[in-house]
Design a protein. Structure first.
Length: 444
């Protein structure tokens, strides 16, 4: 049996826009009210996904969500025709309309936490959609995320789907952006590392003062229980609250792992040495800890360039490559660091750069755009084949984007009833292309 890690990238939705909705996410806030280009955004994402498929990696695509979300707008009291609801909301609360129109489900690293069958007691691959309660615009994602995941990973012999955690700050959960699975071989039991921003129960632990800590320890522990992980192979690390206050709103902005490599910034964690020792012990040794010192790359440069929001992938020959945003090339310190990294004695031998600027301007790099699913070939054979990236799907999705997407969108346009019609028409066609059935409210 073959074991590997598949990536499922979020397709950027037709309403991709810059609304400045994410307090604590510097890019989102500083690009508020800029004009976006949904067509370019979707094509940039598709290009990255296709390039990874062409490198021999297993690559899938996840469908975007229905936006503007008329269901939520009606739930909070707007009524009448769809056009009425949009115009009332735009007048009464532009921020609310923006929250209901965000294409934020494109960042599928926040869609769910995934544990492979090798790690769980029942031998199933587990999914828990993230509740994303810290941000209104993201808190409306988990139910549809669950529907989409179930439509793709539907075979109950292999896949276990859990409901998202209770929607309260106690269980603030941001999914895989705060979770890294380490292993020696993808098919062997690994060590699942959960990184949290604060603990609700233990108030003696430090917490950020300026920006929110989106992930709680309690949420991480709940997901580990649901996924039937063994304590012996689970590690909880607190993120350094000082870096959260400098714009590191998810752990995947400051650390990334793959197999036996953990690539992280010197300031990423609290109690770093003790936690690395625990990882090493639970991994039974042979780890590569690649620590980036502040003297080489400061936290600000890491946040701006997204050096750690990169993907580390294992290629066919067993070597690893980094998938980085072009922003890393444009930052002198980061570019110099990456040039040096590939010459060091680590498994990482190459860096490939991709332009994902439309997503970056909202604080989402290459790693945010993908959900990792470590699996084996029997499990892959049970995945909906219509979502897997190949030449035909790439061509079909590019045509679909060309047909339905705008190349310019402002936050004012979000109230345009025509945008809603375009978006629904596009998604309806997409569910046929990807054979998803009726996953959206408007189809039910
Ligand atoms: N993993 C990357 C997530 C980025 C995402 N940005 C946003 O939602 C910005 C949306 C806006 O401001 O229009 C977030 O902060 O959760």
């Amino acid at each position: 049996m073959k074991h590997f890690e598949a990536n499922f990238d979020g397709l950027v939705g037709p309403t991709h826009n810059y609304a400045g909705l994410s307090f604590g996410n510097v890019a989102s806030q500083s690009n508020a009210a800029q004009i976006s280009n949904p067509k370019d955004a979707a094509k940039q994402g598709l290009k990255k996904a296709k390039a990874l498929a062409d490198m021999g990696l297993v690559q899938g695509v996840l469908a975007p969500q229905e936006r503007p979300d008329l269901h939520t707008l009606r739930r909070v009291g707007f009524s009448g025709s769809d056009a009425d609801v949009l115009s009332q909301a735009a007048k009464a609360s532009p921020v609310l309309l923006q929250a209901c129109a965000s294409a934020s489900s494109m960042w599928t690293a926040n869609a769910a936490t995934v544990s492979p069958s090798a790690d769980s007691a029942d031998g199933k691959l587990h999914f828990t959609p993230a509740n994303l309660v810290d941000k209104l615009h993201r808190s409306i994602e988990p139910a549809t995320t669950g529907n989409i995941l179930k439509a793709i990973f539907s075979d109950e012999r292999y896949f276990a789907h859990h409901q998202h955690l209770p929607e309260h700050p106690h269980f603030g959960d941001e999914g895989a952006a705060n979770h890294t699975r380490l292993c020696h071989d993808y098919g062997q039991a690994g060590v699942e590392v959960f990184v949290y921003g604060r603990s609700v129960a233990d108030l003696s632990r430090p917490a950020p003062v300026k920006y929110p800590a989106r992930q709680t320890l309690e949420a991480s522990q709940a997901v580990a229980r649901l996924h039937q992980l063994s304590d012996d192979r689970t590690v909880y690390i607190q993120q350094n609250p000082d870096v959260i206050d400098q714009g590191v709103f998810h752990n995947d902005v400051i650390a990334v792992g793959n197999q036996n490599v953990l690539f992280y910034h010197e300031q990423a964690f609290l109690e770093t040495q003790a936690k690395l020792a625990e990882i090493d012990k639970k991994m039974r040794g042979n780890m590569h800890f690649i620590e980036v010192p502040t003297a080489k790359v400061g936290v600000q440069d890491a946040v701006k360039s997204y050096l750690f929001n990169t993907q580390i992938v294992t290629l066919k020959d067993g070597s690893m490559a980094i998938i980085a945003p072009t922003d890393c090339q444009e930052n002198a310190a980061v570019h110099a660091y990456l040039n040096e990294l590939v010459t060091l004695n680590t498994p990482i031998k190459a860096v490939h750069y991709f332009d994902v600027k439309q997503s970056m301007q909202n604080g989402g790099g290459p790693a945010c755009l993908r959900l990792r699913v470590a699996m084996n070939d029997t499990e892959l054979a049970a995945v909906n084949p219509q979502v897997m990236m190949n030449d035909a799907l790439f061509a079909r999705l590019n045509q679909w984007v060309d047909k339905h997407y705008r190349d310019r969108l402002s936050t004012q346009d979000l109230a345009d009833p025509q945008l809603l019609i375009e978006s629904r028409t596009a998604l309806d066609e997409l569910t046929q292309i990807m054979n998803l059935g009726s996953v959206y409210q408007f189809q039910r």
